[in-house]
Design a protein around this ligand. Structure first.
Ligand SMILES: [Zn+2]
Length: 380
């Protein structure tokens, strides 16, 4: 759908933002003053707002309808039974339900997230409180993270005759500067398994935190249950952990987790290139059926003046290493979401336009369940 942009639109986005064709062509015309109903109809069509409503059970459970109201959204769901006081906001049970700004501004914030703008920049730009922008960004990240967790089929790595490169952050092939500045007195870094699939250009990088504690997963599941959210697909099962925390034990468990992940996400017939520390070749063959080559043997062939294998490795890991380094400063749960967001962007956010289109689609998928609708009535 191509829609001409009219001069009187309240243009707040710079040239770079206008490069988002999906936003400009599809959404922007709906944000004009006086086009609220068009915007709401479009949001309903996209399943970003609920299309039907039932009066909460504590009232009468009858169908509801949209009626004009003196509220920010200009409409409410209202019970069709005369005299029943059951009402709900139109954004109830949607992505927007706990967002304290106009829906059209929230859409612009989602665009800001697609463009990887900082929270500060986006809040200044749209004249919104940083906490409002932060909440919307957090919800976008959760949607992206849930989507990646629930679609492992998008992450079948390698191919017959293909190559994957494997490493665990921090490593000398990935993050020599990070290693150099890490002091032994600091807490252990979060170890992150990274697998680069070389059949894609640029290489597509799958990542997972190692050393996940069973209690972290339990806590996260409990929180999700309490929030009424669906559980995410579980990551590959980890080996059972004993209580001992010796370095050798940690190392062994790390290798075990790496091989278990390789068995799960790398397709048969793929050649695995990894360091002998993390991907010992005999256990790799025995436990996963995959064949491998050690990184050390490739780097050993480098000429001292060119170091081409080493430079290629660092180029492959450049962005992933930055993500891993950023993740070090985050609580474990946020680090996990941050990594999954990066994975989502590799497939679904190759351009701002596709990021916007896809995140709205994935928001609709996450929030389209009707179960939330029955709760929380408005008492007017
Ligand atoms: Zn009712």
């Amino acid at each position: 759908m191509k829609v001409d942009i009219k001069d009187d639109i309240d243009i707040k986005w710079s040239e770079s933002e206008r490069s988002c064709g999906y936003f400009v062509n599809v959404i922007w015309p709906l944000l004009e003053r006086g086009h609220e109903v068009d915007l709401y109809n479009w949001l309903k069509d996209q399943c970003l707002l609920r299309r039907t409503g039932k009066c909460p059970e504590k009232f009468c459970g009858t169908d509801m309808t949209w009626t004009k109201a003196r509220v920010r959204d200009k409409f409410n769901w209202q019970c069709t039974i005369s005299g029943c006081v059951g009402r709900l906001p139109i954004r109830h049970g949607s992505f927007f339900s706990n967002i304290h700004c106009e829906i059209k501004k929230a859409l612009e914030v989602v665009l800001g997230w697609c463009e990887r703008r900082s929270i500060e920049e986006c809040s200044l730009h749209l004249d919104l409180l940083p906490k409002v922008v932060s909440r919307i960004y957090k919800q976008c990240i959760e949607v992206a993270a849930d989507y990646v967790s629930m679609h492992p089929e998008e992450w079948s790595l390698g191919a017959l005759g293909g190559v994957v490169v494997v490493d665990v952050f921090p490593s000398i092939y990935m993050s020599p500067k990070f290693l150099a500045k890490t002091s032994p007195t600091e807490p252990r870094p979060k170890r992150i398994l990274c697998i680069a699939d070389l059949k894609c250009l640029p290489p597509r990088i799958w990542m997972s935190l190692l050393d996940e504690k069973p209690e972290d997963r339990k806590k996260e599941k409990r929180e999700k249950k309490e929030n009424g959210e669906d559980g995410m697909a579980s990551p590959p099962p980890k080996r059972k952990r004993s209580g001992t925390k010796s370095l050798a034990d940690r190392e062994e468990k790390g290798v075990g987790a790496v091989l278990a992940h390789l068995a799960q996400v790398v397709l048969p017939g793929t050649k695995v290139v990894g360091s002998s520390r993390w991907v010992p070749l005999q256990p790799l063959q025995r436990l996963t059926g995959l064949s491998g080559t050690s990184v050390e043997s490739l780097v050993a062939l480098d000429k001292p003046d060119s170091k081409s294998a080493l430079n290629n490795l660092r180029e492959i890991w450049k962005t992933a290493a930055e993500i891993c380094e950023e993740a070090q400063g985050l609580p474990r749960k946020d680090a996990r979401c941050y990594i999954l967001e990066y994975m989502w962007r590799q497939i679904h956010g190759s351009s701002i336009s596709s990021a916007m289109e896809n995140i709205l689609r994935h928001i609709a998928m996450k929030y389209s369940s009707d179960k939330i609708f029955e709760s929380n009535a408005l008492f007017n």
